[in-house]
Design a protein around this ligand. Structure first.
Ligand SMILES: [Zn+2]
Length: 254
């Protein structure tokens, strides 16, 4: 059985190019979610173009608002404008989306669908999934953002460690989450490696390149990406939707 990992990176900053270098030397493709209002000059446009050479580029809205707090027209504008800008730079229609702050509700999800996006990533934490319930509400295994809570990490560890779970392990991992989330992710991925798998599993990861810079954890990022590559088949959301589509067609043939 296969473990699939999707490595996603949010928020356009120059740091995305450093991530690009690390991914490229590991031979891994990632997904970069771009908030298009951050494209203010030829420089940022060049970054996106560079990323698109090796990786998938998706929309992270235009101005990075909490979409649940906007009027429907404003939500449509965020979705349309970012899609339009990115599709033009990348040279093909961008169909992947990541909710800013992970914030969504039914109205927002419907709008994302209506505007032609076929996958959308949330920041809801879940252990690796064996089936996609809703491609517009994809959960993550782990994210490095500040609203990650200890309870979510506890649930994750309980699920991964089963009878080997102890509160001490939680405290150790939680300390890493606070000080060095990229290292915490590496620890969690190593726990995943020992999982017994009866079915194919999917784990989506979210990291913010600017946080890796602020916390000076580039070395840890290299190690974590190496771990991901060792224990899984890394895949983009584009490839994921193509393969699930294909499986459906094959099933229909039978
Ligand atoms: Zn963001």
């Amino acid at each position: 059985m296969v473990l699939y990992i999707v490595l996603t990176f949010d928020d356009l900053t120059q740091d995305m190019l450093d991530v690009n270098d690390i991914l490229r030397s590991a031979g891994v493709r990632g997904v970069f979610f771009i908030n298009t209002a951050a494209i203010v000059s030829e420089n940022e446009e060049g970054i996106v173009r560079e990323l698109a050479k090796n990786h998938e580029v998706g929309s992270h809205s235009h101005t990075h608002p909490d979409l649940t707090k906007l009027s429907i027209d404003e939500v449509f504008r965020e979705l349309d404008l970012s899609k339009q800008i990115l599709s033009k730079i990348v040279g093909k229609e961008v169909k992947s989306f990541a909710y800013p702050y992970g914030a969504y509700n039914n109205t927002v999800v419907e709008a994302v669908k209506r505007k032609g996006y076929i996958v959308a990533r949330t920041t809801d934490i879940e252990p690796p999934i064996t089936r996609i319930e809703d491609p517009l509400k994809l959960p993550v295994l782990f994210h490095d953002f500040l609203h990650l809570n200890k309870e979510a990490v506890e649930n994750l560890l309980r699920k991964l460690l089963k009878q080997h779970y102890t509160p001490t392990t939680l405290d150790e991992v939680w300390k890493q989450v606070v000080e060095n989330p990229v290292k915490a992710l590496n620890t969690i991925l190593k726990l995943l490696e020992n999982q017994e798998q009866e079915k194919d599993m999917l784990a989506i990861i979210l990291l913010h390149p600017w946080r890796v810079r602020e916390l000076k954890t580039w070395r840890d990022l290299e190690q974590t990406i190496t771990t991901a590559k060792t224990i899984s088949k890394t895949i983009t959301l584009e490839e994921l939707t193509k393969s699930t589509h294909k499986t459906k067609q094959e099933k229909e043939k039978k």
